[in-house]
Design a protein around this ligand. Sequence first.
Ligand SMILES: NC(=O)c1ccc[n+]([C@@H]2O[C@H](COP(=O)([O-])OP(=O)(O)OC[C@H]3O[C@@H](n4cnc5c(N)ncnc54)[C@H](O)[C@@H]3O)[C@@H](O)[C@H]2O)c1
Length: 439
Amino acid sequence: MAQDRREFISTAGAAAVFTLAGEATKLRRATLNGQIGMGFIGSGIRGTQLIDEFKPIDGLKFLAVCDLYDGCLARAKEQIDDSILTTKEYRAILDRKDIDAVVIATPDHLHKKIVLDALSAGKHAYCEKPLTWSIEEGKEIIAAEKASGRILQVGSQAKTAALTAKARELIKSGAIGDVTMVRMSNLRNNAQGAWKYEVPPDASERTIEWKKFLGDRPNRPFDARTFFQWRCWWEFSGGVATDLFVHLLTWLHEVMDVKAPVSVVSQGGLYFWKDGRNVPDVLESVFEYEEGFIAEMYVHLANSYPAPPNIIMGTKGSILQQGDKLILLPEQADHGVQSYGTLQWPKAAREAYFASKGWSAEGHPLGELPARKQPEEIKVDPGFTHTGWFINSLREGKPSRENATEGHLAAGAAHVANQSYRKGKKLKWDWKNDKVSDK
Ligand SMILES: NC(=O)c1ccc[n+]([C@@H]2O[C@H](COP(=O)([O-])OP(=O)(O)OC[C@H]3O[C@@H](n4cnc5c(N)ncnc54)[C@H](O)[C@@H]3O)[C@@H](O)[C@H]2O)c1
C-alpha cells in the first residue's frame, strides 16, 4: 500500500467532515471538527498496547480511561497525560457526551455487558477478541449492534492484515487449486506465555475494585492472582481456545472466505501448568468446513519448538505464512507415468506400458522433464493497522471491518472446540440456527 497510514486516515477524516452530513447522520458527532473523542475501558496489558496503537492516528482526543486497578490508571496518565479522566466506573465514560468511541479491553467475561452498555449509550465500540465469553452471548451482541446503528469492531488484528488479504487473493485466483486442509499452531513455554503474569507488589483490595471484576460471577474472596491471571480459569475465560485459537480462526475465515465450521473435535489436557488453573495447557482441535476442507489447530503452553508456519494446502500448491511473508509452494507437475503402481506387473507388460508412455524399458523418462517449480516468496506492505481501520470506518461511514457476526462466529468456533474437549466428543455446529449437538 503506497499511501502512508497516517496520511490516509487523516485525509479520510477531512473528507468525511465535508461529505458525510446527509449520508450518515450517526457519524456526524464522530466527525465533528475532525476530532473523535475516545475513552478506554480496561487498560491492562492489551489496553496499554491499544492506547499506543491509537496514538499515531490523527484527530483523536483521548479523554478518559477506566480500569479497576490504581496502577493501570496511573500508567494511563503517564501514557496520555494528566488531564484525562481516570475512573473505576465505566459508566462515567459512557455518560460523557464528548466521547464518541470506546475501546474495550477487559477480561472476556465482561465484554458482553460493557459492549451492550456502550452501544446503548450511543458509543461506537472497538472490543477485544474474543467478542464473547460463551456462545450464547453472540446473538445478543449482534442484535444490539444492529439496533444501535453504531460501529462495533472486534479486535483481531489478523482480520485486516495485508498478509491475510494477499493470501485470500492468491487462493481466490486459483494459485493453489482447491484447498482441502489448513494447519495452524501457537507454541510457547514460559510463565508469561502461560498467562502467569506478575502480580504487582501493591495489589490489594485497596488498589483493586474486586467486586467489579467479578461482575455477575458468584461472590468470592479477593484473590490478586485471579485478577491478573484470569485466563487460567473457565469462569472468566475460555482458555487457549478463546485466547489463541480465535486469532487463528479469524485469519482462517478471512483467507478462506468462509463463515464458520460445521463440526469440531478436540483433545488435550492440563499436563504441565498444574498451578491451580482449570483450563488445558495443550489443546488440539480439528474444525470441518462445509466448503470442503478441514482446519487443524493446536496450542501448546509447555513447548516452544519453532512453531511451523500456518499452511494452506491446495491441490496445486500450498501457501505458508511465516512472520511477515507468504511462501507459495507449487505442487510439481505429475508426469502421469506410474513406476510404483506397476511394480507387480509382468516384465513384458511393464515394458510395453513404459514404451506407450514414451519412457525407457527400465522406467526412465526419455527427453526433458519439465523444470521443477520453485517456491516463491511474497512480501506485502503491512498497510493500515486494525485500529486504523476502526477509525476509518467511523470517519467514512463504512461498515465495520470485523463486525459482531464475524466476531461471534470466530469466538463461537472456539467455544464449540472447548465444549468438544470437555465432553470428549465430536460436536456439530449448526451456526446458522445456533445449535450445537453431538448427533
Ligand atoms: N488482540 C490481541 O492481540 C490481544 C492481546 C492481548 C489481549 N487481548 C484481549 O484483551 C482483553 C484484555 O486482556 P489483557 O491481557 O489486557 O488483560 P489484563 O488483565 O491485563 O487487563 C484487563 C484490564 O481490565 C480491567 N477491568 C476489569 N474489569 C473492568 C471493568 N469492569 N471496567 C474497567 N476495567 C476493567 C482490569 O483492571 C485490567 O487492568 C482480553 O479480552 C484479551 O483476550 C487481545
